[in-house]
Write a protein of this length. Structure first.
Length: 200
């Protein structure tokens, strides 16, 4: 009987040491139910289970951007999902593991519970908004009136009709101006939405 108990314990330990965890498929299944389809596909599905030892959970993703975004936006959701299943998670770490399964040294980031008021992440990664580019000083003409109306709809409506809003046109027609104007409008409303500006 003692040997049987030891054998069961050994199997359980192996399941939590890396690569296989009976709880991870259940966690992802629960997250799939609670999150919308695009969110799950874009941010949860690329996550791979690495290890679950005692109260320490380690996951991996293929890029640094994914790691940072998940740490910021979904680590608390993952931790809560584990806790809802009766698992105590004191440490949640995400590291970067390339497609060839090579862990990139020094890429492990540990999630820490933070108050929403301490949220500086978006300011850190976003390019600064230009204060000159607002709806108030945008010049509307025939070539850009549709884009202007669509941008205002996105900025002011609780339900976004155009997602994504794709602005296309020649130089000087106001594409950048409108993008900044949308962000300023959302920031002024002090809503829970966050804005980041990237050059691509």
């Amino acid at each position: 009987m003692h040997l049987l108990e030891e054998g069961i314990k050994l199997v359980e330990d192996e399941k939590h040491q890396g690569g296989i965890d009976v709880s991870w498929p259940k966690i992802t299944s629960e997250l799939k139910k609670s999150l919308d389809k695009d969110t799950f596909q874009n941010w949860i599905k690329p996550i791979y289970f690495e290890s679950h030892i005692d109260t320490s959970l380690t996951l991996s993703v293929p890029t640094r951007f994914l790691r940072d975004w998940i740490i910021k936006n979904y680590a608390s959701v993952i931790k809560k999902a584990y806790m809802d299943q009766g698992h105590s998670i004191d440490k949640l770490a995400i590291l970067v593991k390339e497609n060839n399964n090579r862990i990139i040294p020094g890429t492990e980031v540990i999630y820490e519970d933070k108050d929403d008021d301490e949220d500086t992440y978006y300011d850190d990664i976003s390019a600064p908004l230009d204060p000159k580019f607002t709806f108030d000083n945008f010049i509307v003409g025939k070539p850009n009136e549709l884009a202007y109306a669509a941008a205002q709809r996105v900025a002011q409506s609780e339900v976004v009709s155009f997602n994504p809003l794709f602005l296309y046109g020649g130089v000087g027609l106001g594409k950048t101006h409108l993008m900044h104007a949308v962000a300023w409008n959302i920031k002024k409303k002090k809503s829970q939405k966050k804005c980041c500006l990237f050059n691509s």
